[in-house]
Design a binder for this molecule. Structure first.
Ligand code: HSE
Length: 293
């Protein structure tokens, strides 16, 4: 009589893939339980619950249920801090889309569910974007381009996600971006995004890591993250493949060999501390997409 899913954090952009690329993480995650009901209700508990709207029209999961035309009660146990750059609004939307599809045997494909979940994202971000819901549902590394969406498996690698105690509004982080970029910058960004996909295709995490840095996103947004370059250098000195801002920040992700993750996480957090910034760390790996549990 109910379906319960685990919907994980995601990291959009992956350096150069602004609004296009995303990667699924295993941790942190939300647990979402959906059951048929007389009317649509949403209950949120856990991380940041007080700041998450529970009215269906304003909640990303609620918008998805409305879009799918089902009266359900949705219970969200939130594990992803709102405003972290880790897809906190995408996970409930993606998880709810998968759960309702399963509960009512609606027969949507995963790709179709991505577009339904993307409509839910509009409730949080004001615009439809799928660069977090795509990896959340499909897993791995995803590409969203116009109405195309697909995913690719990634080579084995660890992911360190450091969430500093800094607030970055996605809206403000978008306002600082230039509307046009010089040719040279476009070439660099296309090069980096291409390298990333080449690294995924060749299953070479070194190429993926190298592609993450000196991108458009980093250039205009690292200013919001106090200590950014020191924290990044600390990870690189200890053998990270590469470091990037997760989505619009403030989380920074370091792709690393699995065995180096915990020392890299410690070093990154210590650097933040030196800059007077508290932080928390997630040591994880690439996620497989929403799981029914
Ligand atoms: N790609 C968006 C941005 C945010 O960087 O502004 C995340 O979905």
């Amino acid at each position: 009589d109910h379906v319960r899913v685990k919907a994980s954090a995601t990291s959009a952009n992956l350096g150069a893939g602004f609004d296009v690329l995303g990667i699924a993480l295993e941790d942190p995650y939300d647990i979402i339980e959906v059951r048929p009901a007389k009317e649509l209700t949403i209950k949120v508990e856990g991380r940041g619950a007080a700041s998450i709207p529970q009215e269906p029209e304003k909640n990303t999961a609620g918008v998805v249920a409305l879009e799918m035309g089902k009266n359900v009660s949705i219970k969200i146990k939130s594990g992803i801090r709102p405003g972290s750059g880790l897809g906190s609004s995408a996970a409930p939307a993606a998880g709810t889309a998968v759960a309702i599809n399963e509960l009512f045997s609606m027969g949507y494909t995963k790709e179709e569910l991505v577009w339904i979940a993307a409509k839910g994202e509009k409730a949080a971000a004001g615009s439809i974007h799928a660069d977090n819901v795509a990896p959340c549902i499909l897993g791995g590394i995803t590409v969203v381009c116009g109405n195309y969406v697909n995913s690719i498996d990634v080579p084995e690698m660890g992911i360190v996600a450091i969430l500093p105690d800094i607030i970055v509004s996605t809206k403000v982080a978008r306002e600082v971006l230039p509307k046009t970029v010089p040719l040279e910058e476009m070439i660099n960004n296309i090069g980096k995004a291409s390298m990333l996909m080449l690294g995924a295709g060749k299953k070479d995490p070194h190429i993926i890591g190298r592609s993450l840095m000196e991108t458009f996103n980093e250039k205009y947004r690292s200013r919001f993250i106090k200590g950014y370059s020191d924290v990044k250098d600390a990870a690189m000195e200890l053998g990270a493949y590469g470091v990037a801002i997760s989505g619009s920040g403030p989380t920074m992700i370091a792709l690393s060999p699995v065995e180096k993750c915990s020392s890299i996480a410690d070093a990154m957090r210590k650097k933040f501390t030196l800059h007077g910034v508290d932080s928390e760390a997630y040591i994880t790996c690439t996620g497989k997409g929403v799981q029914i549990i």
